[in-house]
Design a protein around this ligand. Structure first.
Ligand SMILES: Nc1ncnc2c1ncn2[C@@H]1O[C@H](COP(=O)(O)OP(=O)(O)OP(=O)(O)O)[C@@H](O)[C@H]1O
Length: 283
């Protein structure tokens, strides 16, 4: 174990005071049958941070996201948001608590428009009763108008293009545009924490640069705290306040980007391979 690793591992050590974290994972494990997908993972995310989770394929990154968002229940360990446990809540309840996410494979309703997709994201915020919706009462109409206005505001975060294309079916949008709509839909739930699963996957260089800019703006302008899984090293190294590295379900390092970059275990487990893959892709 390198010195850097020891130092960075202590950063999230059990002895540190745990108050003030927005999200905290304590010794979280997930076992599928006999397979340990995530083992004793500790992670603290402070308000306003951008934290990346990296690691080789199958390291447990997506499982961590699924545990945080209530898709899976941890086999053991504790997950809390603002000091309150979210273990045992279903994904909708976790969303109401303030954790929204996007998916590795974009999950939008392709047979619905851009606007409709963002409106769906607001369902946790709407108050109208079923009866009210049935008879389109004044209150319902007002709520609907407000929801549309807010959806437009969210789309305009990404510039005018999506506002102009609000009535387009999402299937007709480019991949990068669909990613933006998916984030707008996540924002519609008014989260405090946003989980982005490979936000630049499948994007070209210009689209990736654009995505990096808006991820920063999500934090700087909207005050969101962001946890992301990202394979592109140029993105993670440039955007993250801290990086946590998983390998075979365990967190093998955590620290500032430059600390993680120098960590021998990380280089052996991931960075060597990842850097080579990026270089091969560039050639
Ligand atoms: N529902 C499941 N049932 C059984 N095994 C699972 C399940 N979900 C994940 N796993 C296993 O858990 C391990 C971690 O998978 P996970 O998808 O979290 O890795 P990852 O780091 O996100 O990988 P990638 O970078 O390829 O997306 C893998 O061995 C995977 O096969």
């Amino acid at each position: 174990m390198s010195t850097n690793h020891t130092k960075s591992a202590n950063r999230a050590g059990a002895d540190e005071p745990t108050s003030g974290a927005l999200l905290e994972l304590k010794k979280v494990s997930k076992i599928f049958g006999g397979l340990v997908a995530v083992q004793d993972v500790d992670l603290r995310i402070n308000p306003g941070e951008i934290i990346s989770v990296i690691g080789p394929n199958g390291a447990g990154k997506t499982t961590v996201f699924n545990l945080i968002t209530g898709i899976y229940r941890p086999t053991s360990g504790e997950i809390s948001l603002g000091g309150k446990s979210v273990v045992g809540l279903n994904p909708d309840q976790v969303l109401v608590r303030g954790i929204a996410r996007t998916f590795q494979n974009i999950r939008l309703f392709n047979n619905m428009t851009v606007m409709e997709n963002v409106l769906v994201g607001q369902h946790t915020q709407l108050k109208a009763s079923v009866l009210g919706s049935l008879f389109l009462t004044k209150a319902v109409k007002r709520e609907e108008a407000e929801a549309r206005e807010r959806a437009l505001e969210l789309l305009s975060f990404f510039g005018q293009a999506l506002v102009d294309r609000q009535d387009e079916y999402v299937i007709n949008l480019s991949y990068a545009e669909r990613r933006r709509v998916e984030i707008a839909r996540a924002l519609a739930a008014k989260p405090s924490l946003l989980l982005l699963d490979e936000p630049t996957a499948g994007m070209n260089e210009a689209e990736t640069l654009d995505a990096v800019k808006y991820v920063r703006r999500l934090r700087d302008e909207l005050g969101l705290t962001i946890l992301l899984i990202e394979h592109k090293l140029t993105v993670t190294m440039g955007i993250s306040d801290r990086i946590a590295v998983l390998d075979y379900g365990r967190k093998i390092a955590e620290g500032l980007p430059e600390e993680v970059r120098r960590d021998e275990r990380v280089i052996a487990a991931y960075l060597g391979k990842a850097a080579k893959t990026e270089q091969e892709a560039a050639e």
